[in-house]
Design a binder for this molecule. Structure first.
Ligand code: ADP
Ligand code: MG
Length: 286
């Protein structure tokens, strides 16, 4: 039988946009000392728009965008959706492949084309020599690069929007002595900008998908009880690793399946309610 207070809290949580999938984990929410947020799609809307196109070779802005959109039309990533929106036409693509946490690649008219992260450029020792890039980064923009046959041909900057409630969520969690940490695959400059905007305690940038769960484990090994909030396929292992996995309702099915609690309204402020509800529910039961 379900104790009465728990039954009442279930009704309350439903009313307030929480879906509790794992009661034992939800109970641990009252004791958390740290909450790890994914950036894209969790603290931000995950809706990118192209703001700048920077040719770095013989191709025009339009061509750069066309090459990128051709590959991105096979990707489900929020960045991909932003690129596709702004392109009018695409090339035919063969041998499409996603490079998890780094980008996408494929063959266009016999040439190998890659659309990738700054980290990937570093890894392949492809130098970037344009001062404009620094300008873009300081505005907190995400940058992807178009590489054709191993040569850098252009950069595309995209902007995402921080969710209105993210800052208030962080403030309220901090007031409860809960450390607020962000984890992202995006570049350091973007992470730093978001972290400042919403006053996070700490952030980890350029984290590859398979490293996210490892980061949660590291934080746990400092003796902290950790909640993880995320929306993406790449967040699922970290959601499972955390003491409390909190999935964003608008996120991917894979993330929701891995979550102990689902934020039905996709509002980061509801994480505060998770903690408060857990505290009040289980206090009454003692
Ligand atoms: P996050 O942790 O912020 O959700 P991801 O791990 O999904 O980010 O992606 C990390 C980085 O990898 C992105 O910022 C981008 O530079 C690159 N990337 C991932 N997928 C794509 C894609 N489809 N097209 C271009 N770049 C991508
Ligand atoms: Mg995400």
């Amino acid at each position: 039988a379900v104790p009465l207070v728990v039954a009442v809290s279930t009704a309350l949580s439903a009313q307030n946009g929480l879906l509790i999938r794992n009661r034992a984990s939800f109970e641990k929410s009252r004791d958390i000392n740290a909450i790890v947020f994914d950036k894209t799609g969790t603290l931000t809307h995950g809706k990118f728009g192209v703001t700048d196109i920077l040719p770095l070779g013989e191709y025009s802005e339009n061509k750069i965008l066309k090459y990128a959109a051709s590959l991105e039309s096979y990707s489900e990533h929020p960045i991909a959706k932003g690129v596709i929106k702004s392109a009018k036409e695409t090339f035919n693509v063969e041998n499409f492949k996603a490079i998890p946490g780094k980008g996408v690649q494929g063959i266009i008219a016999g040439k190998k084309v890659e659309v990738v992260s700054p980290g990937y450029l570093k890894e392949k020792n492809i130098p970037i020599s344009n001062e404009n890039l620094n300008e873009l980064s300081f505005q907190g923009k995400t940058i992807i690069f178009v590489i054709i046959e191993g040569r850098l041909k252009g950069a595309i900057a995209l902007a995402d929007i921080i969710r209105e409630e993210s800052k208030e969520a962080v403030q309220k969690l901090k007031d409860m002595d809960i450390q607020c940490i962000m984890i992202t695959g995006d570049r350091k400059e973007v992470a730093e900008w978001v972290a400042k905007e919403i006053s996070l305690d700490k952030y980890y940038a350029e984290v590859l998908p398979h490293e996210k769960a490892q980061k949660v484990r590291e934080i746990q090994s400092e003796g902290l009880i950790v909640a993880m909030t995320g929306d993406g396929i790449n967040d699922a292992p970290a959601l499972a690793q955390a003491d409390v996995g909190i999935a964003i309702g608008a996120g991917t099915d894979v993330a929701i399946e891995a979550g102990d609690v689902v934020l039905v309204r996709s509002n980061p402020l509801d994480t505060v309610y998770v903690v408060k509800l857990a505290k009040s529910t289980y206090r009454k039961m003692i």
